[in-house]
Write a protein that binds this ligand. Structure first.
Ligand SMILES: Nc1ncnc2c1ncn2[C@@H]1O[C@H](COP(=O)(O)OP(=O)(O)OP(=O)(O)O)[C@@H](O)[C@H]1O
Ligand SMILES: Nc1ncnc2c1ncn2[C@@H]1O[C@H](COP(=O)(O)OP(=O)(O)OP(=O)(O)O)[C@@H](O)[C@H]1O
Ligand SMILES: [Mg+2]
Ligand SMILES: [Mg+2]
Lengths: 221, 221
């Protein structure tokens, strides 16, 4: 479903060249529950942002369902992203003026879904992350881990083919994190949804059916 | 050094009353390396924000070095905070337009410290968190864990009496997190600096010399 070849990402900082990713090759099949592990600064977020089509590579190619995303216009890329990919950002990226309910409902507004059905799907997603009684809270009226769980519910609600989760359990205690991971595992096994985690949480790695190690922008064989 | 009595924090959300903290009593002595543990939403950040004088309680009192902070004007409170407290926020709160170096240097600008000495203290703090080669990066040119470490360096550089650290290792891999905690432990043992952590990281709890459990806004005896 996802095929990455020779993927490279470089940044210039003044005159210094930063090699964030150096020639990554990776194939991801349907049903994978994949953990990308590696130390802070090793390139996990950079890799997820490229596979998630929210950043452009310096070199190399990414194919999703056999479509090379390099051949797409930015409109087509946005369309592919909205239809197939759910993204849980490392910094949550919730919309501050919207409630938890409205943040989770937001990606459903693009689709022709009736209001009742939207409400049912949003409340079900919030229930899956243990926040059904916090639907009216805005992000600044939630704890750090509660905001993170709203970001998870938002990625699950559109039932995408691929979910990219960047450190989704970083702000969650053991019990809450385990409960949320079990929900994700259920979706993965029930619907074949691909989950690609960036993580250093041992709980995530123990649930993964494949672990890829990143070090200084390269995959460690 | 820190004495908390009957500390209570309530929020109104529409007509609903949220009890974030309910009658907390806590005494913290010099040299303590204290972990406040508890599930997501239990009130850890709320408690740290009150002890850190960046939020006001609904009820109850907080004394720092025998001064009841309720008796202080907002200027005096800001003065106390700048002089005695270092704060590592759960969401880092770095200034986006400043480099890592400038973010760490910022709290030193209030004091009469010569530029050379400021530079030495900032580079030493960045070295302590493993980021001396990233001094020129802005926050958006850093990884999540690198931003978190800049926030840690910024709290350490003023050598405060009390450091409040809200989930300081959430975005760090095991090795990086352990290295940063060892630096903090060294400062705690060398200078008697009080560290109060909000955490659910077992590594932090294993280094703590005291653990307080929070559940639904109350201390679990
Ligand atoms: N815009 C940028 N400009 C310059 N360097 C950057 C930029 N974005 C990221 N980097 C650098 O690229 C490297 C990889 O960053 P990335 O965020 O992918 O790491 P990560 O594995 O997600 O780390 P963490 O676990 O700390 O979140 C880091 O060293 C970072 O400093
Ligand atoms: N401004 C606010 N308005 C309403 N409720 C709030 C507000 N701020 C926090 N809360 C609620 O107070 C409770 C305690 O929040 P707090 O941030 O202290 O928890 P926490 O222990 O730090 O959680 P986490 O581990 O997820 O960071 C939460 O249930 C949260 O929803
Ligand atoms: Mg990252
Ligand atoms: Mg918190």
């Amino acid at each position: 479903v996802v095929e990455v070849k020779e993927l490279t990402k470089e940044y210039y900082l003044g005159k210094t060249l930063i090699h964030a990713l150096q020639g990554i090759d990776l194939k991801i099949q349907e049903g994978e529950f994949l953990a990308i592990a590696g130390p802070s600064g090793s390139g996990k977020t950079t890799l997820l942002n490229l596979i998630g089509c929210i950043d452009l590579p310096t070199l190399g190619s990414i194919k999703i369902d056999n479509t090379d995303i390099g051949d797409l216009s930015s409109d087509q890329l946005a369309e592919l992203r909205a239809a197939k990919i759910g993204f849980i950002f490392q910094s949550f990226n919730l919309i501050p003026v919207l409630s938890a309910f409205e943040n989770v409902e937001y990606p459903l507004l693009r689709r022709k879904i009736k209001k009742n059905e939207r409400k049912e799907r949003v409340m079900n997603a919030l229930k899956n992350v243990g926040l059904e009684t916090f639907a009216k809270h805005r992000p600044d009226e939630l704890s750090g881990g509660q905001r993170q769980r709203v970001a998870i519910a938002r990625a699950l609600v559109t039932e995408p083919k691929i979910i990219l989760a960047d450190e989704p359990t970083a702000n969650l205690d053991h019990q809450t994190g385990t409960a949320v991971l079990e929900v994700m595992r259920g979706i993965n096994e029930g619907q074949g949804t691909i989950f690609i985690f960036s993580t250093h949480d041992p709980k995530v790695m123990s649930l993964a059916n494949r672990i890829v190690q990143l070090m200084d922008g390269k995959i460690v064989p």
